[in-house]
Design a protein around this ligand. Structure first.
Ligand code: ATP
Ligand code: MG
Length: 796
């Protein structure tokens, strides 16, 4: 350990320091909430880099959300001046996308493959069911989606799934049809990102060896929530001890395992210890986050779970304020109380709004809280729920953009073929689908085979797309999107709609998002580093074009966007942006620039911390959720979820429940959550008198007063469409606008010569420095995007 590393280590306790400075061997940190697991993981990366034990290119770190990945990068760059781009830090999906972009040919995907989110996937399945006359009562599309995702999570292709009965046999058949459809259309779903990367690593020795040699240190946060396939992927990309790969540091807390319903497997921890022959198991027992009233509540609660690996947590901070518990008559009154307490926190106690979180078990609960916050003029941010890139108007716009990029994308085709309405009816669309199936072509290509008025309308649509594509060649991303929004008729359509103002605002926001993506993200997030020599020139043995040379040197940290090292060909900015949109859909947005209160589901709060936390809706059936109440394991998972919620709080914790609640259009009567009975009385302060017996029931007098009548009496409604929209997702880390003059001499309008594609005309140039790329129209090869740092273009 060199002296330079010492400042990094100051402030760590002995166990944390031991973990940070472990030798390069496999290790597991199993420790409770707030004990500094994430801090250790981050510090270890910094320490490894600083002591020269690894270059940024040798680091692979997996986090749970894109937000966490960004935070990790921010923390790292604050600790150390470094070019973080060579590091692979991201979610499993983000990393697999990056991997597949680099090896798209080997993975048998088109270079600009698009990603289906869960919504798109469901509509693709529905479409398929219709096409093949599958009885949707017997095989509900949602269930099929679940089935397919489950198979992929288990690493099973249709031919691997065992057909135990007739029903499964049919489902396997549909799974196969679905796969064929995706392949034909050049799209992949989230499960496919994982599975295909896994298979490529498994089947291609050169690729696998390359990455095993490259990644010397692999670090995984929130390991308790990895599923079977993710764990298999880790084994593949690192290699077991007998295969001499890099060192894995897994970090987790079994008490915070909250994704079993999505296939997460706590058993992965035990498997990891066994299969990787883990010798270093580190426990961290000091909680640095919370005052002891909060921590005691969490410890007390979780001790009711039987299935635990068993850990202790203590804090040397004081008791702090008691945990406040409030009972209200209605969800509306609950929200009023939350807003009142929140005011007190901000005005009276000097808490910062952005350090206050309001948590709930189900996203549907946020609505009534949002109403109250809106009426009180309190700025807030909603995490999760319907996210920016998932909004209908945004998905419509993206569908047009995706068609420009890939006319075979039938999901996008169907989304907008009659939106805005252009007189194309369901019958015509069915006819078109039949024709496409018969010809084995895309819907786009089948249009010519439809005659009559229907055919003319369809041809009009296709022509519109094709014209748009031509029209926007050579345009910047911003111009492309603006043109598409107007020429497609989307903007006019929403302008004519009384309620359309918010939607137009969102569409404008999309333009801003694209702009920030180009100037700030610089395509960097999901790009891949290729082998380069010491001058930064990519080696000709490109993993993209040649398969990997097993003797290729370990990658250094020089960064190149996904580029074909031979020709310099690369993704268009539009394709890169569309990928970004699909992957970032799971992230959060904000009312830009405002100090806002944070609203999110408990699931979304994992790993985060706040000065003050409200946990609302503590009612039987809601939290614990009714779907999980019937079995023991379900309740234990809900309890872990409650443990996660409580341990987010640093200084103040508020718990509330309502006797009645409007959910899904119905008033429901709820009793108090059992979790409230599982907290230590000494740490609590009941604001409303605690009534005896678990489950206070409805109707007995409570201090809150019953004011359900206030609902729907002409209160101003918050602008749903607007709340939570912003550019925050794209705004970090701040990078000064890059407006330096291009030094390569390539600009739109001039003629250039490329060694493989011949002579062409430059249509557009984007980016600067190493990121600079040009769109060139080659008469014989068509329009290509070329990375100027790689493609050898000469001006003619
Ligand atoms: P979770 O299980 O919720 O993800 P965690 O174990 O990852 O929690 P961190 O988020 O890393 O915990 O740390 C919790 C808080 O404690 C952070 O604010 C962190 O900066 C702080 N912290 C961690 N270790 C120390 C320390 N040695 N001294 C002071 N503060 C610390
Ligand atoms: Mg953490």
């Amino acid at each position: 350990v060199s002296d330079h590393s010492l400042p990094l280590l100051t402030g760590l306790n002995p166990e944390q320091e031991a973990a940070v400075t472990l030798p390069a061997e496999h290790a597991l940190i199993l420790a409770g909430a707030g004990s500094g697991k994430t801090r250790v993981l981050t510090t270890r990366i910094a320490w490894l880099l600083q002591t020269g034990q690894v270059s940024p290119g040798g680091v692979l770190a997996v986090t749970f959300t894109n937000k966490a990945a960004k935070e990790l990068l921010t923390r790292l760059t604050a600790m150390l001046p470094l070019n973080a781009r060579g590091m692979w830090i991201g979610t499993f999906h983000g990393l697999c996308n990056r991997f597949l972009r680099a090896h798209y040919k080997l993975a048998n995907l088109p270079q600009s493959f698009q990603i289906l989110d869960t919504q798109d996937q469901l509509s693709a399945i529905k479409r398929l069911c219709k096409q093949f006359n599958i009885d949707d009562e017997r095989f509900p599309p949602k269930q099929l989606q679940w089935f397919i995702a489950g198979c992929k999570e288990d690493g099973e292709r249709p031919s691997d799934v065992v057909a135990r009965d007739e029903e499964t046999r049919k489902k396997i058949e549909i799974y196969q049809l679905y796969e064929d459809q995706c392949q034909r259309e050049g799209v992949v779903d989230f499960g496919e990102l994982m599975l295909r990367s896994y298979e490529l690593l498994r089947d291609n020795d050169a690729v696998r060896e390359h990455y095993r040699r490259r990644f010397r240190h692999v670090l995984i946060d929130e390991f308790q929530d990895t599923n079977r396939l993710q764990y298999a992927w880790i084994k593949m990309i690192v290699g077991l001890p007998s295969e001499s790969g890099g060192a894995v540091l897994a970090v987790g807390d079994d008490d915070q395992s909250i994704y079993a319903f999505r296939g997460a497997r706590v058993g992965n921890m035990e498997d990891f210890v066994r299969e990787f022959e883990v010798r270093h198991q580190i426990k961290l027992e000091e909680n640095y986050r919370s005052y002891s009233n909060i921590l005691d509540s969490a410890n007390h609660l979780i001790s009711h779970n039987k299935k635990r690996l068993g850990k202790n947590l203590r804090t040397s901070q004081g008791a702090g304020e008691p945990v406040r518990v409030y009972e209200s008559a209605t969800d509306f009154a609950e929200a009023e109380w939350v807003v009142e307490e929140l005011r007190q926190l901000v005005r009276g106690d000097g808490f910062s709004r952005s350090e206050i979180a309001i948590l709930y078990r189900s996203n549907a609960q946020s609505r009534v809280i949002e109403t109250q916050l809106f009426n009180a003029g309190v700025p807030y941010r909603v995490y999760g729920g319907l996210r920016f890139f998932e909004r209908a108007e945004i998905k419509h716009a993206l569908a047009y953009l995706r068609l420009l990029e890939n006319s075979r994308d039938d999901t996008s085709f169907l989304r907008v073929v009659n939106f805005p309405p252009r007189g194309i009816g369901a019958r015509s669309i069915e006819q078109l689908q039949d024709a496409a199936r018969a010809a084995g072509s895309s819907l786009h290509d089948a249009v010519t085979s439809i005659s009559g008025k229907a055919g003319a309308n369809l041809a009009g649509f296709v022509a519109q797309i094709d014209v748009l594509r031509e029209q926007t060649a050579g345009s910047t991303l911003r111009e492309i999107i603006e043109t598409v929004l107007h020429s497609s008729g989307l903007v006019d359509h929403y302008r004519a709609d009384k309620e359309g103002a918010d939607r137009i605002e969102n569409l404008e926001e999309l333009v801003n998002a694209a702009e920030s993506f180009v100037t700030q993200e610089g395509f960097g997030r999901d790009a891949v580093a290729l082998p380069v020599d010491e001058h930064g020139t990519p080696l000709t043995q490109s993993p993209v074009s040649q398969g990997l040379d097993p003797d290729a040197p370990v990658l250094n940290d020089a960064f190149v966007a996904p580029i074909d090292a031979e020709t310099g060909e690369t993704l268009s900015p539009l394709a890169a942006f569309l990928t970004h949109a699909a992957l970032e859909a799971g992230d959060n947005q904000a009312q830009a620039g405002q100090e806002a209160v944070q609203l999110m589901s408990v699931h979304a709060s994992k790993g985060l911390e706040f000065d003050a936390v409200f946990i609302t809706g503590l009612e039987e059936g809601l939290f614990p959720h009714e779907n999980s109440m019937s079995d023991y394991e379900g309740v234990e998972e809900e309890r872990r979820l409650m443990y996660v919620a409580i341990t987010r709080a640093r200084k103040r914790l508020y718990l509330s429940h309502a006797q009645t609640r409007m959910l899904h259009g119905k008033t429901r009567y709820h009793v108090r959550s059992r979790f409230l009975e599982e907290l230590p009385e000494g740490a609590l302060k009941w604001i409303t008198p605690k009534r005896s017996g678990f489950g206070s029931g409805f109707g007995s007098g409570s201090g809150a007063g019953f004011n359900a009548g206030a609902r729907g009496t002409g209160m101003a409604q918050p602008a749903w469409g607007r709340s939570g929209i912003g550019v925050e997702t794209f705004a970090s880390p701040p990078v000064p606008p890059q407006k330096a003059a291009p030094s390569h001499g390539i600009r739109a309008g001039i003629k250039v010569f490329h060694t493989k594609f011949g002579e062409g005309k430059v249509q557009a140039v984007e980016g600067v420095g190493d990121d600079a790329r040009a769109q060139v129209n080659f008469p014989r090869h068509g329009v290509k995007w070329l990375a100027l740092s790689v493609a050898k273009l000469t001006v003619v």
